[in-house]
Design a protein around this ligand. Structure first.
Ligand SMILES: NC(=O)C1=CN([C@@H]2O[C@H](COP(=O)(O)OP(=O)(O)OC[C@H]3O[C@@H](n4cnc5c(N)ncnc54)[C@H](O)[C@@H]3O)[C@@H](O)[C@H]2O)C=CC1
Ligand SMILES: O=C1[C@@H](O)[C@H](O)[C@@H](O)[C@H](O)[C@H]1O
Length: 335
């Protein structure tokens, strides 16, 4: 059976996911879309046969032929959409952050536990990126010895107009929170944030860049430069420093040219280019698992753990101190 998907939120990511489901991946169709902005929803659905266009997420989920939901609305709208999907028993792929704050994620987790089965996959797409997968395999194979440190760089050319200093952590560094847990198989136990002077290219009031430090349960220290108005392009790098060597990803965009005394390579301008393959694999994997009746990938628990790390990060931003992450015991549903 072809999976009928309701896509909630048809902004930048939602519209890209509609295009991906409609013309890149297999086994699924866009059955309905919803966005508060009807025109935007209509534009995303243009040319897709039988795709209903709505402003209300609940109406899109109730549309004929909907078997599953992809949530790509703004972070604060995720919780209501998730609970609506649960009420209908629909499997969900939800863009990160699962909710912007751990209190919201906890409510979602409690609702899913009451259902007694997993319905949610969180869109932490780096888990599907070929370079991240090779880095994890390299660490798992153990030839480099135990990891000691990760040096991460996360740079965006320009932040959206609605971006706040908190969002550098909750919206951007949330990726490194998940990637650290996934790469190392360790929990993040404490967070510190150092705040250099802000770039004059950041909108007024935005503290950009920042240096975020994680400590992990296995004694690894992770530094993350988050810089969302770097100006020159989109870069996500990670270097693992291990006992017998290092492994790094994100160093070059692929092709390198050498001419007239210079070597050069292009830099992607945003995540839709750098992570295009990862988004394709993520959505395909979710569709395939859902059609088999399975739920795979990052769980609500992973979304919660990342949200707790980000909460500690925001408190560390405010206090300038070292904040411990209080992670409760993992419920058996997410074992
Ligand atoms: N995995 C990744 O690399 C990325 C993930 N994201 C995530 O994707 C989500 C969407 O981000 P963008 O597309 O960049 O934002 P956007 O602002 O371009 O789009 C959000 C859309 O959601 C709609 N919306 C908001 N509340 C709604 C509601 N209650 N019901 C229906 N529609 C609603 C808005 O009208 C807007 O069209 C966010 O969770 C964001 O964190 C964004 C960029 C990259
Ligand atoms: O998820 C994303 C955005 O929401 C976030 O704002 C960017 O900083 C990240 O690079 C991107 O992957």
């Amino acid at each position: 059976m072809t999976l009928g998907i309701a896509v909630i939120g048809t902004g930048r990511m939602g519209a890209d996911h509609v295009r991906r489901i409609d013309s890149v991946i297999g086994g699924a169709r866009v059955a309905a879309v919803a966005d508060l902005d009807l025109e935007r929803a209509g534009a995303a659905a243009a040319g897709i046969e039988g795709c209903g266009v709505h402003t209300d997420p609940a109406a899109a989920m109730a549309a004929p032929g909907v078997d599953a939901v992809l949530i790509a609305s703004s972070g604060p709208a995720h919780e209501a959409a998730l609970l609506e999907a649960f009420a209908r028993g629909l499997p969900v792929l939800c863009e990160k952050p699962l909710t912007p704050d751990p209190a919201g994620t906890l409510r979602v987790m409690e609702a899913e536990r009451r259902l007694g089965r997993r319905l949610v996959t969180v869109g932490f797409m780096r888990r599907y990126d070929a370079e991240y997968q090779r880095l994890r395999l390299t660490l798992d194979q153990g030839e480099l010895g135990r990891p000691l440190m990760l040096h991460c760089r996360h740079r965006n050319a320009k932040s959206p107009s609605f971006f706040t200093t908190e969002m550098l952590i909750r919206d951007s560094v949330v990726h490194e929170a998940d990637a650290t847990r996934w790469l190392l198989g360790q929990e993040i136990t404490a967070v510190q944030v150092l705040r250099p002077r802000s770039t004059s290219y950041a909108p007024q009031g935005l503290g950009d860049p920042q240096l975020v430090l994680f400590e992990t349960s296995g004694g690894v220290v992770v530094d993350v430069e988050i810089f969302v108005n770097c100006g020159f392009g989109y870069e996500v790098r990670c270097e693992a420093v291990c006992e017998r060597g290092t492994a790094s990803i994100g160093e070059s965009g692929g092709l390198v040219t050498r001419a007239a005394g210079r070597a050069a390579h292009g830099i992607p301008q945003d995540f839709t280019i750098r992570f295009a393959g990862a988004y394709d694999r993520e959505v395909q994997a979710w569709v395939d698992a859902t059609r088999r009746g399975c739920v795979e990938g990052a769980s609500t628990w992973d979304g919660y753990a990342a949200a707790l790390v980000c909460e500690a990060g925001v408190r560390a931003q405010e206090s300038g101190g070292r904040i411990e992450v209080e992670l409760p015991e993992r419920p058996s549903l997410y074992a």
